[in-house]
Design a protein around this ligand. Structure first.
Ligand SMILES: [Zn+2]
Length: 126
């Protein structure tokens, strides 16, 4: 039997090009199994910790992580402001730290960070 975490991950995988809110996930989950909303949040928290899922902060939605990211990568998610389509870029953490001058930060020590870029996808631009 699939664990709740696996079911949440599967729901996100089945909706690959579309970020889902926790409520969207709950809605789909309830078609499979009766659960409390807190179950979805708990699973999302586990999956985020395992880096299997990313949260898009500007829309508070979730996407499945791409399979070609490495342990030392920082994920940048580029999100279309119009249609919510997204693309994920994975860059080595050290290269990224240089690019953003993270070592010069005074009040932050970023061991873990993520970057989000808002833009418009090619389809929406034309
Ligand atoms: Zn778009």
């Amino acid at each position: 039997m699939l664990t709740n975490d696996r079911i949440v991950l599967k729901i996100l995988k089945n909706n690959k090009r579309r970020p889902l809110s926790a409520y969207d996930i709950l809605d789909k989950f309830l078609r499979i199994k009766r659960i409390q909303p807190a179950t979805v949040y708990r699973s999302l928290k586990n999956l985020l910790e395992q880096n299997l899922v990313h949260r898009i902060n500007q829309s508070n939605k979730y996407i499945v992580s791409s399979e070609n990211s490495h342990e030392n990568d920082v994920t940048t998610i580029v999100v279309c402001e119009k249609c919510n389509d997204y693309e994920e870029i994975n860059v080595n953490k050290f290269k990224m730290s240089l690019a953003y001058n993270i070592l010069d930060l005074k009040n932050f020590d970023l061991n873990d960070f993520s970057v989000e870029i808002s833009s418009q996808c090619k389809n929406c631009k034309t």
